[in-house]
Write a protein that binds this ligand. Structure first.
Ligand SMILES: NC(=O)c1ccc[n+]([C@@H]2O[C@H](COP(=O)([O-])OP(=O)(O)OC[C@H]3O[C@@H](n4cnc5c(N)ncnc54)[C@H](OP(=O)(O)O)[C@@H]3O)[C@@H](O)[C@H]2O)c1
Length: 318
């Protein structure tokens, strides 16, 4: 089967298409014939930075990057009861760990996958994985109906799901994005759009219950400033954030909390239900063939991606 491997960190030229043996599922795993893969900022960050690559893959080289897949079950381990051969499945595999998802066939723990709803195609399913799980796991239990919620980068992968989910939870949603993405974020359900290029959000927003921050640094600091007493700000980019943000939050009895997305089949099932009911709709702005994974990475690296980028897999042999 074809995989895309890297032998060391670096530029997109490190992404090499390589023939490898078909993996065999263990008792609790399924083998998925992959139809579509989604790409996230973590993909290029791990490709670029040796410390991240080693943190996630250990000494194992070459490494197969990628976590988000949708496809068809082609084999099941003997302890797997919830999936059968030919089932359409999707999920985020082994995050944060070795995903091995840039491949025509991927072995995945059955308890990290869910069935793709009948009405949903593989590209949409693949898109509704890491970014959607991140939004779900960060928002759930932290937002109440009627809350004022600020979601940064509402036009991006995580943000566009977060807007839809926060609205479904009954929140009043304010979001930042550039002017060109105003119509999109309003159509997704945002009540208010702030063009971050012409307006500083901290001058027009105050007293929010919850902030989902994609940037850390100055944006996190200003986010804490506009959070009300008892509110919460979640910075997504790294597990570390400045003491200044923490101290500021403590001084106003707000909190800054980490949220690291985790593979979870039950949450995937919830995403399946949201897709089937139309509560969330992924916005896939670009698709690339498997051979053009480098282009998908460069698109993500631009920092201007709207919604999700999907890579399609055309298998002609095992
Ligand atoms: N902790 C976790 O578990 C976790 C999980 C997922 C993602 N993350 C991290 O969260 C961050 C966001 O991920 P993502 O997938 O949503 O990224 P993304 O899809 O690449 O985000 C791109 C979007 O960001 C917008 N943007 C850029 N600069 C902006 C600014 N200053 N203010 C507002 N919007 C801005 C762009 O909108 P315009 O084109 O309109 O400028 C674009 O639509 C990344 O750092 C990622 O690594 C963390």
């Amino acid at each position: 089967m074809k995989t895309i491997q890297i032998t060391q960190s670096g530029g997109v030229d490190q992404l090499q298409i390589t023939e490898t043996e078909l993996p065999t599922p263990q008792a609790n795993e399924v083998l998925v014939g992959v139809q579509a893969i989604s790409v996230n900022p973590v993909d290029f960050k791990v490709r670029q930075h040796e410390n991240l690559l080693s943190l996630i893959y250990g000494p194992q080289r070459p490494a197969i990057l990628g976590w988000d897949i949708a496809g068809t079950v082609v084999a099941v381990g003997k302890a797997v009861t919830q999936f059968q051969v030919n089932d359409r499945v999707f999920g985020m595999v082994n995050f944060p760990g070795a995903g091995n998802a840039y491949a025509e066939y991927v072995v995945a723990p059955a308890d990290q996958l869910a069935h793709v709803p009948e009405s949903i195609d593989f590209n949409a399913a693949a898109a509704t994985t890491l970014a959607a799980l991140t939004a779900l796991q960060a928002l759930e239990g932290r937002i109440n109906s009627g809350d004022r919620v600020l979601i940064h980068a509402g036009s991006g992968g995580v943000g566009h799901f977060a807007i839809q989910m926060a609205k479904a939870m009954g929140a009043d949603v304010i979001t930042t994005a550039s002017a060109k993405n105003k119509d999109l974020v309003l159509a997704l359900g945002a009540d208010e759009h702030i063009d971050y290029r012409s307006q500083q959000f901290e001058t027009v927003v105050s007293d929010v219950d919850f902030v989902l921050d994609m940037f850390n640094g100055e944006i996190l600091l200003n986010s804490v400033k506009v959070t009300k007493t008892g509110g919460t700000a979640i910075p997504l980019p790294t597990p570390e954030f400045s003491d200044v943000a923490l101290e500021l939050a403590q001084a106003k009895k707000a909190s800054v909390a980490q949220s690291m997305v985790q593979s979870n089949g039950q949450d995937m099932q919830r995403l399946g239900e949201m897709l089937a009911s139309g509560t969330v709709k992924p916005h896939v702005s670009a698709t690339f063939p498997f051979e053009d994974m480098d282009q998908a990475h460069l698109q993500l690296e631009s920092g201007r991606t709207v919604g999700k980028v999907v890579v399609t897999v055309n298998k002609d042999s095992k």
